[in-house]
Design a protein around this ligand. Structure first.
Ligand code: NAD
Length: 323
């Protein structure tokens, strides 16, 4: 079994690499990454493993990508712009670093003869639905960010490639993913800023934004379990914990992790119901489908966030990020 992980040097990709290389049934893991947010230290512990190959290149380079996928059985596609707010100043970013990349991944798979793609989509495909808990068959899908639009476009491209070219695809609408080697996200951001300035924590919005935070280990297991239970050539899955936590509660967890309190640190809110334009303040994802196929998460949102914030400090990941 040979697997090409596109975006494999990033946060989630490096955990797929760990999990795949721990499996004796895997013959080759190819990391294909331009290292825009990927890091070598994310996979440095595997460099002695002959089954790992690393290609530093752009997904936009179709010829290089097609050559990299040669003789592979599976593609895991994780490469995209990670910053949802960036489109406010760079409106093309999610098309160029989202939709267009997914087209190239699908096309390279077709040209290279790879039969299967697993795709990191996101809850942004649903748009802003408030407290409504959405399942995968919800419609119409009305994204409210160009990031969500690019994820939805990617899903549509993959469903069409499944029907037209026989490339099976599973698309995964993740909640917020947290864990070691995280490169962005609210808990990560709070720890980083509190380290610099413990007296005050600036919080975007009113702190009532409420979402599910899932540990990356749970994400990797869910994706591989759903792949093993495939029923149709194209399938979509929500991958989340089923519980929710607010931004203020996350701020309090960050204080706890750093041995700070509300007496030592002022929580200062920018106000408004969302952090930035395109942010969806309340996200509710049904997890019935993944649970019906036998998966359940090992950590709830609070446990996942605590584990990820502690690992940022214990492994000095913040130091490595700035070095
Ligand atoms: P990440 O930024 O750590 O990983 C993305 C990787 O893709 C990086 O290594 C980056 O260098 C690489 N990359 C980006 N553009 C590329 C290009 N043009 N060519 C080659 N490589 C490129 O992000 P992540 O958190 O690991 O997310 C992985 C995927 O999961 C993304 O598609 C993201 O949208 C999706 N996702 C993430 C979350 C989350 O909370 N982290 C939630 C939902 C969906």
């Amino acid at each position: 079994m040979k697997v090409c992980v596109v975006g494999g040097a990033g946060f989630i990709g490096s955990h797929f690499t760990d999990r795949l290389l721990a499996d004796a049934g895997i013959d080759l893991v190819t990391i294909y990454d331009n290292f825009s947010s990927g890091r070598e230290w994310h996979f440095a512990h595997h460099l002695d493993d002959q089954r790992l190959r690393v290609i530093r290149a752009e997904v936009a380079d179709l010829a290089e990508l097609t050559a990299a996928m040669d003789d592979h059985d599976l593609v895991i596609h994780l490469a995209s712009n990670p910053d949802i707010a960036r489109a406010m100043t760079h409106p093309r970013v999610d098309f160029d670093e989202g939709t267009a990349l997914t087209f190239n991944v699908a096309e390279a798979a077709r040209l290279a003869g790879v039969g299967e793609i697993l795709y990191a989509s996101g809850s942004g495909v649903y748009g802003d639905l408030g407290e409504l808990e959405v399942d995968e068959d919800h419609g119409p899908l009305i994204p409210t960010s160009t990031y969500g639009a690019s994820k939805l476009a990617g899903e549509a491209l993959l469903s069409s490639y499944a029907a037209m070219f026989g490339i099976s695809a599973s698309v995964f609408r993740f909640g917020n993913v947290v864990g070691p080697r995280q490169t962005h996200g609210v808990g990560f951001d709070f720890i980083r800023r509190l380290r610099r300035k413990p007296e005050v924590l600036e919080i975007l919005g009113d702190g009532c934004q409420s979402k599910s935070y899932i540990h990356v280990d749970d994400v990797v297991e869910a994706v591989l379990a759903m792949r093993a239970s495939r029923q149709k050539p194209f399938e979509a899955f929500n991958v989340a914990t089923g519980d929710y936590i607010t931004v203020t509660e996350i701020a309090l967890l960050a204080l706890q992790v750093l041995d700070l309190t509300e007496d030592t640190t002022e929580l200062r809110y920018s106000g408004g119901d969302r952090g930035w334009k395109g942010d969806v303040p309340i996200v509710r994802l049904s997890t019935d489908r993944v649970r019906a196929r036998g998966w359940s998460c090992k950590r709830n949102s609070e446990e996942a966030l605590l584990a990820s914030m502690r690992s940022l400090i214990d492994d000095d990941q913040l130091g490595r990020l700035t070095s």
